[in-house]
Ligand binder design. Structure first.
Ligand code: BDP
Length: 727
């Protein structure tokens, strides 16, 4: 009796928690975009319910169970009534989910159309099509694999969540990039490098036995946006991850993720053979070292048969690597590639390398190191390149490596976590940044050779393709600290699946599934999101300025920093403000950075007049009184950008306040509080930078703009020893 009562109480708590999460004012953000709240429009709901009265999922596998569970969760909640999900082939079903094969085609007398549609459908692709069976319309979700069916199912549920018409569907999709992964910079003690949403979600201490529900919900979220890989530990890796005890923990996570189509990758420490293997060297040409990695690979695959591979940061920022033995990146990568290749694993080798000893500016080193190695990497190696030549700044030109290594698959590395864009208190929708980079034409083969075509492998016919996003996920209840951080996770996944989607349409989807479906509110939130990244560029680093953040934690402005041991670690190195002007000369008379781009870009970048205004100070040192295309002189224009950026945040805040009754009260107030911080910090950035640059320009703040209320010395004296996310 007592036992029964306990069960009842437990059930009751679980039930009330899930219901509460859906109530107004109680939304804590945990459910992300998979909320499945009741569709408010009754007509719509009833129409859907009729079209979906009976579901059949044909077959049996862990992934098909996931699909069944997802429909059983989603449909009753969205439609407000129970829906029958059958695992048998029901003639009466109105939604049929099945892998495509000849038997199905014959049995359902599917027309030639379907035969044609499946042509060219990749292993992860899906078709959603309205067909007629015995003269009755039926929706078919089909694919070559169970994972394809899972992606199709999530896509279908999204159609309902975003109120699409489902009467005559004819959708066919395959992902444009093969490996679509998150990179977690999570340490084994749960600290997350550059993490602003609490601790790491991996509760290493309790693994392998304790499998938190979060791992399942994480996998669901990723699968729902098409992500299929995750590198779960920091690129500044700890060798312990490859010891038996830790591999068992990794195995446990991999088992949880498998039904969702997500493969696990590990960041490895190049010196592991010494650190945990007892060898005297980690030289990639040493046969004991090679054997050690081969044995290690075998051991991993025994535990995790679908293990994805290794992510490697080598010879960068003090990390060990093949360079320690005078070996090249190719020799290092190929040694690991050989160990993984019998099992189908990949090596994802990062191009973010610079040597402390090399005096060449760090942004130039990746190109110098890697371009000569093009064609020297094994088939299962991809080189992962950050989107810009420096380091995830609010705006950078595209990295010149894109397009310069035709014989090597190049992976894109975006940063989702906002290390340089206001941590988790600034609202910055990053899809426009990703889109800007992906759509840029590298001009390596004349017009029409975009960064996206380099990444998806279509430009140079590469054998496989990879996109990586440095995760913004932590154990905060709402996963990303700022609710709008969820939009960046979402948008990254959607763009990795299809880089041709526009950031505005992705924002629409996300808002409708996460915040509200009321058309006016959707428009105003999307509008707010779409401008948000540019505001940050304006109040932090306008007109091509970069690397002005404070040292170490990168929190707040530090344009005055000039005391770090390597010249190019200092902000003053990058802005070069002096009495004449501001900006860094990257032409042949300066750092020569532009020489790494295709000739057509060099021609444009050589001349300040033909350099895109938003990158002017990235490529040129420009006099304070330089006439800008706007008609203003540079100083005025620069200050205007700072003021406009900060002002725009105040406007965002006001716009947000008008949404009070449109979205959940809890979410409303979280964003409101974050915006208040953002307003304060945008003003801080503006005032600190303008006052500092004024020391050089010796010009007044343009007429009509409010003067800063603090002095430069006050800004310089600020210190934040406990700012989060430090490396
Ligand atoms: C920098 C981060 C540092 C990372 C490094 C990397 O500040 O924490 O370790 O990138 O990408 O932006 O390896």
């Amino acid at each position: 009796m007592k036992f029964a009562l306990t069960i009842l109480l437990v059930l009751n708590t679980v039930f009330s928690m899930s219901v509460l999460a859906g109530q107004q004012g109680q939304e804590d953000g945990y459910r992300l975009w998979l909320k499945y709240d009741l569709i408010r429009d009754k007509e719509q709901r009833q129409a859907y319910a009729k079209q979906l009265s009976q579901l059949s999922i044909i077959g049996e596998s862990p992934t098909l169970s996931v699909i069944k569970n997802e429909f059983e969760l989603a449909l009753p909640r969205l439609l407000g009534k129970p829906i029958e999900v059958s695992l048998h082939d029901q003639r009466s079903s109105t939604l049929l989910i099945t892998k495509i094969d000849q038997k199905i085609i014959d049995q359902y007398q599917l027309d030639d159309d379907i035969n044609q549609s499946i042509d060219g459908l990749s292993n992860e692709g899906f078709i959603i099509k309205t067909i007629a069976i015995a003269n009755k319309p039926q929706i078919l979700i089909t694919a070559n694999t169970d994972i394809g069916l899972l992606y199709g199912s999530y896509h279908f549920i999204k159609l309902l969540q975003t109120s699409q018409n489902i009467t005559a569907l004819n959708i066919k999709q395959s992902p444009k990039v093969d490996i679509r992964m998150l990179n977690h910079w999570d340490d084994l003690d749960r600290h997350t490098e550059r993490g602003y949403a609490g601790e790491s979600i991996w509760d290493w201490h309790k693994l392998p036995e304790y499998k938190s529900q979060r791992y399942v919900d994480y996998a669901r979220a990723n699968a729902s946006i098409g992500l299929n890989g995750t590198a779960i530990n920091n690129v500044n890796a700890n060798a312990l991850i490859l010891t038996d005890a830790w591999l068992s923990k990794v195995e446990s996570l991999a088992d949880t993720f498998r039904p969702y189509g997500i493969k696990v990758y590990l960041s490895i420490k190049f010196s592991s053979p010494q650190q945990i293997g007892g060898l005297a060297t980690s030289d990639p040409l040493n046969s004991d070292v090679q054997q050690w990695w081969q044995n290690k690979a075998k051991e991993i695959y025994q535990k995790i048969p679908d293990f994805g591979g290794f992510l490697v940061k080598a010879n960068s920022e003090g990390q060990p690597g093949p360079g320690d033995y005078n070996r090249s990146h190719a020799q290092g990568a190929n040694m690991l590639a050989k160990a993984l290749s019998p099992f189908g694993g990949k090596v994802i080798w990062r191009a973010f390398v610079y040597s402390h000893e090399d005096k060449t500016e760090r942004s130039l080193q990746a190109y110098n190191e890697f371009v000569p190695l093009d064609g020297r990497f094994n088939d299962n190696v991809s080189i992962q390149v950050k989107n810009g030549p420096i380091d995830f700044q609010p705006r950078e030109p595209f990295s010149p490596l894109f397009g310069a290594m035709p014989k090597t698959p190049l992976a894109m590395e975006f940063q989702i976590t906002q290390e340089y864009l206001g941590f988790s208190t600034h609202l910055a929708y990053l899809a426009p940044l990703y889109e800007e980079v992906l759509d840029t034409d590298t001009l390596v083969n004349g017009k029409g050779s975009t960064v996206a075509q380099v990444i998806d492998g279509s430009l140079h016919n590469n054998t496989f393709s990879v996109m990586a996003g440095v995760a913004n996920i932590g154990n905060d209840r709402n996963w990303t600290g700022h609710i709008f951080g969820q939009a960046n996770w979402y948008a990254y996944g959607r763009l990795a699946w299809d880089h041709q989607l526009s950031s505005a349409e992705i924002a629409q989807e996300w808002v409708k599934m996460t915040l509200t479906k009321k058309p006016q509110a959707v428009d105003s939130i999307v509008n707010l999101m779409m401008g948000s990244r540019e505001h940050i560029v304006n109040y932090m680093t306008p007109l091509g300025l970069h690397h002005l953040m404070a040292t170490g934690h990168h929190y707040g402005p530090g344009p005055w920093v000039d005391n770090l041991s390597r010249a190019d670690w200092n902000p003053v190195y990058y802005h070069r403000a002096d009495e004449q002007g501001i900006g860094i000369d990257r032409t042949s008379s300066g750092t020569k950075g532009i020489s790494q781009y295709a000739p057509a870009w060099q021609k444009l970048f050589r001349n300040p007049k033909t350099t895109p205004v938003e990158l002017l100070l990235w490529f040129h040192h420009v006099p304070w009184d330089y006439q800008m295309p706007s008609g203003e002189i540079l100083w005025t224009e620069l200050v205007n950008h700072y003021y406009e950026g900060a002002q725009a945040v105040t406007v965002m805040e006001q716009q947000w306040l008008t949404l009070e009754h449109e979205i959940d009260a809890n979410q409303f107030s979280q964003v409101k509080m974050a915006l208040a911080i953002q307003v304060k910090e945008a003003n801080w950035w503006r005032d600190a930078c303008v006052l500092y640059f004024q020391e050089f320009s010796k010009r007044p703040i343009p007429h009509g703009l409010a003067k800063p209320t603090k002095t430069l010395e006050q800004f310089k004296s600020l210190s934040f020893p406990y700012a989060p996310g430090q490396g």
